[in-house]
Design a binder for this molecule. Structure first.
Ligand SMILES: Cc1cc2nc3c(=O)[nH]c(=O)nc-3n(C[C@H](O)[C@H](O)[C@H](O)COP(=O)(O)OP(=O)(O)OC[C@H]3O[C@@H](n4cnc5c(N)ncnc54)[C@H](O)[C@@H]3O)c2cc1C
Ligand SMILES: *[C@@H]1O[C@H](CO)[C@@H](O)[C@H](O)[C@H]1NC(C)=O
Ligand SMILES: *[C@@H]1O[C@H](CO)[C@@H](O)[C@H](O)[C@H]1NC(C)=O
Ligand SMILES: *[C@@H]1O[C@H](CO)[C@@H](O)[C@H](O)[C@H]1NC(C)=O
Ligand SMILES: *[C@@H]1O[C@H](CO)[C@@H](O)[C@H](O)[C@H]1NC(C)=O
Length: 694
């Protein structure tokens, strides 16, 4: 009953079955041989070279940024292997921003269509977990928000790795450095005067880039009801941000979007970084090629394994082919694909590899751990005013214009604890309660799905960063204005500081079988409390002008939900991914279960990196594209020009024979064994501590 309705809040926003266009999938038959649209870069398996300087496994958001930058000198040879197709048969759907809702690519071959394991904290649901399987990755199928994180989050990330790293690399991951890289990736265009006078968006051109490949701007048309967003938030105690792109993203604003204003098309890593390139014989892109395994040389270098290349195939039944890398193999498969590639190649927790029948190459117990994600739910009302969905459905001439079709939801706000918890005292009590759960082993240990001592230290370090540095400063939730359905206004609330961390692992040695995804949603009850507070705030908007005048009856969750307990139950039963999973190849010290060091190299290897949304050790209050563009830009710089390795702590990648440097390896191979106590008991305990402190 409720389930379908609830799912509608996030996923169906993109599933867009209501408006048809179902059978476009195959109208451009993909021909073998050189691709007509981009003759210089596309190859077939037969036309590949034997060896490239760099092999990039995954042609998604990060992968194509790297491909473009690493091949820029015209000499360095680069091969991109992408499991999905080019997307050229769905060009219009990809290019047209509004079709992300009305003709979503999530319904077909360009979505991996993962599901999570049954989530006991979330009503036992197995949730849909879409990921783009296409050149451009999830950036080709997503909602186009370009939001930058809060500086406190990036600086907390830096603090987690700085003591253990070459300082020159670690200092890439400070707010000021990442800001420069995010600016480098973009060309920002201010809104049109029509859009600006409708929605009243604020922006500071000085915080944006002006010569990067990615286009960012606002939609060319703003639906009239967007004018209600900022004044309603302000009247609800969420002030309008004058500039959310400079390290303080608190408050209400309209997000910039990854849209090219010259023709109102989606801007993403493929259209921004690859399609416009001049001829480059040294860059090859092979679509429909999944990396099935990273191959390692027999010799070791300074105790580290040397990646010699990769194997790949188009499907489980295709013949496996191989290709060599003379410099590096770079994984850019995203939060699911990169840990999966490591695991099927023998890099990961020994027990996981053993039970999947994969022989161990590098024992690295943190691979797949620390999975963090944003959870979104919301409140919906009927409306008789025109939403985007109403206008689209009308089929009017206006509804077919490029300006109208560039509208995508972009009204947003990040809200901190003191604004969510009715003042500083209530919020401080909440934080005190959370701290208590993390300092008491009886409540902390059951939140950690590993018995490996190093990995356990990583979980603790991440928790500590949240309570000490992030939760006091940053937005705990994002609040979003969603008007793409006809007759409905939804205000979503999405958790940004998840205290629940889960894990991803394999139960098969084949990359063509889906990995097991267990985000362990709501394992820490603080997450439900934060969402509850946000949802109460959102419902209060119904009494606040000017939004009030647009709203009819509340359709979801409706009047049966009243008490705090009702709201928490609703959150648990209705929340779905906001599509921002990360942290599965976390950048942490090796003695805290890290997977990559500050230079993004995989521990125990000499020339294997991971560069994508899986390497962040912490969740951030942002949609993930902007920080991933920044990460990839910065990584390309230091791969091409390594910083001098002088100052700072020891180099982090020098463990002999692949064993952890610095202490607590515990020579215990039971790294990823799930040791979770019965979930209900944990929640009872932790909730007791939290509630008593409120
Ligand atoms: C529905 C949806 C909506 C979203 N909305 C937004 C939004 O509005 N704003 C925002 O900032 N973020 C959004 N996101 C998140 C954002 O798109 C991702 O965080 C981002 O694209 C991740 O970049 P990445 O490079 O880590 O991985 P991806 O962009 O996902 O790329 C990974 C690539 O690797 C390929 N790959 C994986 N395994 C293999 C293998 N074994 N061999 C070869 N190739 C492989 C995949 O096919 C894919 O192309 C959304 C995501 C989704 C799914
Ligand atoms: C919380 O946010 C509000 C508005 O965005 C701001 O005025 C206030 O200073 C913030 N509080 C803290 C502790 O940062
Ligand atoms: C949009 O404009 C860019 C140039 O800014 C161009 O490269 C691209 O091909 C155009 N897209 C379409 C669909 O016309
Ligand atoms: C492996 O995990 C997948 C994904 O969760 C699941 O569908 C499948 O049933 C599991 N297979 C086995 C043998 O456990
Ligand atoms: C490793 O952990 C297992 C299970 O927790 C335990 O039985 C074993 O004694 C440990 N071994 C070492 C060497 O600590």
């Amino acid at each position: 009953m409720l389930a379908i309705e609830l799912l509608a809040l996030t996923l169906a926003t993109f599933a867009g079955t209501a408006y048809g266009h179902k059978n476009r999938e195959f109208h451009n038959v993909h021909t073998h041989g050189i691709h007509p649209l981009s003759p210089r870069n596309y190859i077939t398996p037969e036309t590949r070279r034997d060896s490239y300087d760099y092999i990039i496994a995954g042609g998604g958001l990060a992968g194509l940024v790297l491909a473009s930058r690493l091949s820029a000198d015209g000499q360095t040879t680069v091969l991109v292997l992408e499991a999905g197709g080019t997307g050229d048969d769905r060009r219009t759907t990809i290019d047209t921003p509004a079709l992300t809702y009305f003709d979503s690519l999530l319904g077909g071959q360009y979505n991996y269509g993962y599901t999570t394991t049954a989530q006991s904290g979330a009503g036992g649901r197995s949730m849909n977990w879409p990921r783009g399987k296409i050149l451009g990755g999830s950036a080709a199928v997503n909602g186009m928000y370009i939001v930058r994180p809060n500086s406190a989050e990036i600086d907390a990330w830096h603090d987690l790795i700085v003591d253990d790293s070459n300082k020159a690399y670690a200092d890439s991951w400070t707010w000021s450095s990442l800001l420069e890289s995010m600016k480098k990736s973009e060309t920002f265009t201010p809104p049109t005067s029509d859009a600006e006078s409708t929605a009243g968006m604020k922006y500071n051109t000085g915080s944006h880039g002006s010569s990067g490949p990615l286009h960012t701007t606002f939609p060319g048309y703003m639906v009239p009801m967007t004018s209600a967003w900022l004044p309603t938030l302000a009247a609800a105690g969420i002030p309008t941000s004058e500039d959310a792109y400079n390290g303080n993203n608190l408050g209400g604003f309209f997000s910039t979007m990854a849209i090219n204003p010259t023709n109102w098309t989606r801007s993403y890593s493929k259209s921004a970084y690859i399609d416009p390139l001049p001829p480059r014989d040294n860059l090859h892109v092979l679509a429909n090629a999944a990396v099935t395994k990273i191959t390692f040389a027999d010799n070791v270098q300074d105790g580290n394994k040397v990646a010699s290349g990769v194997e790949f195939a188009s499907s489980a039944s295709d013949t496996v082919k191989s290709v060599s890398a003379s410099k590096e193999v770079i994984l850019a498969g995203g939060a699911v694909g990169s840990p999966q590639m490591l695991l099927v190649s023998g890099v990961g927790p020994k027990d996981v590899l053993d039970s999947a029948g994969v022989s161990v190459q590098v024992e690295l117990p943190g691979v797949g751990h620390h999975l963090q994600d944003h959870l979104a739910t919301g409140v919906s009302w009927a409306t008789t005013e025109d939403t985007q969905g109403t206008i689209y459905q009308s089929g009017s001439d206006f509804s077919k214009t490029a300006e109208f079709l560039s509208y995508v939801n972009c009204g947003t706000a990040y809200v901190n604890g003191s604004s969510l918890f009715d003042g500083d005292e209530a919020f401080n009590n909440f934080v005190t309660g959370v701290k208590a759960t993390l300092s008491d082993p009886t409540t902390l240990n059951p939140l950690i799905p590993s018995s490996d001592p190093a990995v356990v230290e990583g979980y603790k370090a991440i928790y500590q960063s949240y309570v000490d540095k992030i939760i006091p400063e940053a937005g705990l939730v994002e609040i979003l204005f969603s008007i793409n359905s006809p007759g409905v206004i939804t205000v979503q609330a999405a958790l940004q500081t998840p205290l629940s961390q889960g894990r991803l692992y394999i139960n098969s040695s084949s990359v063509f079988d889906p990995p097991v995804i267990d985000p362990w949603y709501f394992s820490h009850p603080a997450d439900a409390i934060i969402l509850r507070q946000a949802l109460k705030k959102v419902r209060s908007f119904a009494d606040i002008s000017p939004l009030k005048e647009l709203l009819g009856e509340e359709s979801r969750p409706g009047s049966s939900v009243q008490t705090d307990a009702d709201w928490e139950t609703y959150a648990r039963n209705s929340a779905n991914t906001e599509f921002h999973p990360g942290c599965t190849c976390a950048m942490l010290p090796r003695d805290k279960g890290g997977v990559v060091d500050a230079s993004l190299k995989v521990y125990g290897t000499s020339n294997l990196r991971v560069i994508d949304g899986s390497v962040f050790p912490l969740s951030m209050s942002a949609h993930l594209m902007a920080p991933i563009y920044g990460l990839a830009e910065r990584a390309a710089e230091f791969i091409l020009t390594p910083p001098s390795s002088s100052s700072g702590g020891s180099s982090t990648n020098t463990g002999a024979n692949g064993s952890p440097t610095g202490g607590s390896n515990g020579n215990n191979n039971s790294g990823a064994v799930s040791v979770r106590a019965p979930w209900v008991a944990v929640v009872g305990l932790v909730a007791g501590v939290l509630l008593s402190s409120l």
